[in-house]
Design a protein around this ligand. Structure first.
Ligand code: CAA
Length: 379
């Protein structure tokens, strides 16, 4: 496998890096403190092509590959992981699924605006009693003539209150279990659809996480993606790619932790010299950098396999499993290197830890990634 990046890849990474530094960084601490959604930034990310990176240009996307996507995700998340998850959900879980499985009509009506950043999407699979065990959907979608009527509750939905449309998994035939789940597109203005509780979170606080309610929410049958009963396959195959995005988000947080540690250890003096000259600190930095580089290679491998249309699900799961742990560990070490300063909000490293933790939970916990990996190896 050739890990060399092309000129386009370098250009994408540089563009994302300067955009993140110039536009995202300045108010990121305030947004985290006030739990404020970055509306203007998301709009600009759309204009730069970051909200539909892998969607063909004919559908309003940037027409780029998954490698470009992970490079941009790392740079954006390095500066603000909340912006990273907003971008990741729209790209991997909404645009990707619509582009791959949507009808021509659904693409005309929705994909162009989502991929160009004019609209924002959310993905609603999780429920109060269906998190890791995602097949236990209680939300129902009953056919009524040319419509489906949705009833139920979704939990922990990223972009849930800001999204213009939501891709929703629901049961169309309970008796068929996992094969009775279907996927629908719900527009936010649809009567019967309401946004519920806003979650107050440990990290990624400026992203939007809410519960959603559907009460006799009537949507056109033309808004069903794929056939009835294919909703779980839709969700699982979409999440395979999503996990690459979240791994790249975790990589950004880990890289930020490393860079902050290097910078701080060069200027902070203890025992009459910069702490960077102490072996205790040097070893921490060496370990952080080694783990980050290994994680980066695994992410690139999964992205390249996806771009080559080869099976990549369990490699993506490995990338997420490894990188999310690398991110948590790197953030913890960054705090340790910063000492007391690392524990207070004046320095960013405490936020890195808060932001890193979610990457071990959403889009499949680390335990779920181990299930995906071991099933692929033992089948
Ligand atoms: N692609 C296509 N089909 C797939 C698939 C995939 N990757 N994985 C499974 N399937 C199919 C299977 O082939 C099977 O169909 P057949 O019987 O026809 O073969 C069917 O789906 C059921 O599969 P399983 O028996 O493997 O299902 P399971 O109940 O054992 O669950 C699981 C497997 C891996 C544990 C799954 O439930 C899972 O991934 N859980 C985690 C859910 C998750 O990641 N949630 C994230 C929510 S979204 C989010 O977090 C977004 C955000 O906010 C950032």
């Amino acid at each position: 496998m050739n890990f060399e990046l092309t000129e386009t890849h370098h250009m994408i990474r540089d563009t994302a890096r300067s955009f993140a530094r110039e536009r995202i960084a300045p108010d990121s601490i305030e947004r985290d403190e006030t739990e404020t959604f970055p509306h203007a930034i998301v709009k600009e990310m759309g204009e730069l092509g970051f909200m539909g990176m892998m969607v063909p240009e004919e559908w309003g996307g940037a027409g780029l590959d998954t490698v470009s996507y992970v490079l941009a995700m790392e740079e954006i998340s390095k500066v603000d992981a909340s912006c990273g998850v907003i971008m990741s959900v729209n790209n991997s879980l909404v645009c990707y699924g619509l582009n791959k499985y949507g009808t021509e009509d659904q693409k005309q009506r929705y994909l162009r605006d989502l991929a160009s950043g004019k609209k924002l999407g959310a993905f609603a699979l999780s429920e109060p009693e269906a998190g890791s065990d995602a097949s236990k959907q209680r939300t129902t979608a009953d056919r009524d003539g040319e419509c489906y009527v949705l009833n139920g509750t979704k939990n922990w939905i990223t972009n849930g209150s800001t999204a213009d449309l939501i891709v929703v998994m629901a049961m169309t035939d309970k008796s068929k279990g996992v094969k009775g789940i279907s996927t629908f597109i719900v527009e936010k203005e649809t009567p019967g659809f309401t946004v519920g509780k806003k979650e107050r979170k440990l990290g990624i606080r400026s992203s939007d996480t809410v519960s959603l309610q559907f009460q006799d929410c009537r949507i056109p049958a033309a808004n069903r993606i794929m056939q009835e009963g294919e909703g779980f396959k839709f969700a699982m195959s979409t999440l395979e790619g999503g996990r690459i995005g979240i791994a790249a988000q975790a990589l950004g947080i880990a890289q930020a932790s490393l860079e902050a540690s290097i910078e701080y250890s060069k200027q902070r003096k203890a025992f009459e010299r910069p702490i960077a000259e102490l072996q205790a600190i040097q070893f921490k930095i060496a370990d952080m950098a080694t783990n980050i580089e290994a994680a980066r290679m695994l992410i690139l491998k999964s992205a390249m396999l996806k771009d080559q249309d080869q099976p990549y699900g369990h490699i993506a799961a490995m990338a997420k499993l490894l990188t999310s742990k690398v991110a948590v560990d790197a953030a913890l070490e960054a705090i340790q290197i910063h000492g007391g300063y690392g524990y207070v909000r004046e320095y960013l490293v405490e936020r890195y830890l808060r932001d890193a933790k979610i990457t071990e939970i959403y889009e499949g916990t680390s335990e779920i990634q181990r299930i995906v990996i071991s099933r692929a190896l033992l089948k």
